[in-house]
Write a protein that binds this ligand. Sequence first.
Ligand code: HGY
Ligand code: MN
Ligand code: MN
Length: 416
Amino acid sequence: MTNTQQIKIDSAQLTAELDALAKISQEPAPVVTRVVFTEADLRARAYVKGLCTAAGLDVREDAIGNTFARWNGSDAKAGVVGTGSHIDAIPNAGMYDGVVGVLGGLEAIRALQRAGYKPKRSIELLIFTAEEPTRFGIGCLGSRLLAGTMTPDAARALRDKQELPLEEVRTAAGFIGELEKVKLPAGYYSAFVELHIEQGPILEREKIPLGVVTSIAAPASFRLWFEGEGGHAGGKLMPGRRDALVAASEVVIATETAALASGAVDTVATVGVCDVFPGAVNSIPSRVRLELDVRDTDSKRRDAVIGKILAAAEAVGKRKEIGVKTEWINADEPAQSGEEIVAAMCAACEAGGHNYQRMVSRAYHDSLFMARIAPVAMLFIPCRGGVSHRPDEYASPEDIARGTEVLARTLASLAG
Ligand code: HGY
Ligand code: MN
Ligand code: MN
C-alpha cells in the first residue's frame, strides 16, 4: 500500500475544478441545473474529459454516454477497480451532488500518480449518464444499462417530457452505437467505490468527518393518474363534482401517513410531482398525475407502504367515482456493500487517522446498480445542514480533501 505520507490532495486545484464545473449550468450561479444530454451536460462532460486526458487517462464513452477514464495497471487481465459518480444535476440543484465523486475521484488518481504509485489492477474513473430521473423519469439510467438491470428495449421505450424518444435524444447528443453493447461482461470490475456528499444531516450533527456506507436503501417510484369530470368552477355545484385533485390530495396525505406508520425510521415517501389538468383557476381539475417516491432499507417494508398507498387510491376512486390508474417506474432492491471493500475503506480512514462511522445511504446512487456486478462501498462526507438538491448545498474544501485522500488510499489498496 502506498506510503500515506506521500498522498497529498491538491485541494486548491480540486476546488478550482469544482467551481469551474459549477459554472457550466442551464441556470445562473449559484444554481446548478444540468439535465442529461442538454448543451450544458455536454459542455460539462467535455470539461471533465479534458481534465482526464490531461491526467494521462485513456477516455472512452459507451452508447448511452457513460464515460470511462482509465489508468492502465500492470495486469491488464485483472478485474478493474472503478470509482466515480455523476455530473448531471436536477433543476435548481447545488454543485457537489455527484460531482465530488467524479472530480474527487480524478484528484485521487492524480495524487496517487504524484506519489509514484503504480496500480496492478487498472483504475477507471466513471461518469455515469443520467443518475438523476429528471429527463426520462428513471434514475441511474447509465448504471442500470451498464449493470444489465435494465434491458436496451426498456431504455428505448423511454421518452422525455417533450415526448422525445431516448434514441433520438442520445444520438443527437452524439452517443451512437448499440445499447446492447453497454452491459459490461461479468467480472469486468473487481471493486467499485463512490465518494459522495451524505445528502443528510448525520455526519455533521455527530461531528464525524467520514461515513462508510454499508447499505443503500431500495428506491421505488410510480405514477398515479386520477381521471375526474372537470367543469366550470362557478357553474358546477359542489354535490356530484368529481374533482380529480381532491381525490389525489387524499392520497398525498395517505402517503405520508403510511410512511410514518411503517414502524421504522428508514421508511420515506414523497409525492414529488403533482400535475393538474387543465390547471386553470376557474376550471375543476379533471385529471391529476402524481409521481411518488418510496424508499426503505427493507424492500418488504417499503412494498407494504406502497400497498397501503395503492389501497387508499383505490378506495377514494370508488368513493368519489374517480378513475385511478397506476404506472410503475421502478422498484429496486437495496444493496449491501461488499465486506472487503468496507474493510479497505475503514483501513484507509484509520491509516489517515480519520474518525468515521458506518452508515446507511438513504439516497440512491449508481453504486446501487454497480453492486449487482461488483462488490461496492461508498464514502460519505458531510454536507452543511444535510442540505442537497438545492443551490445552497455545500461541502467544505477540507471535508472534500479528506474524502479524496481516503478514496485515494482505498483505490491504492484495492488496485494492488
Ligand atoms: O434521488 C436520489 O436519491 C438521487 O439523488 N438521485
Ligand atoms: Mn441527486
Ligand atoms: Mn448523487
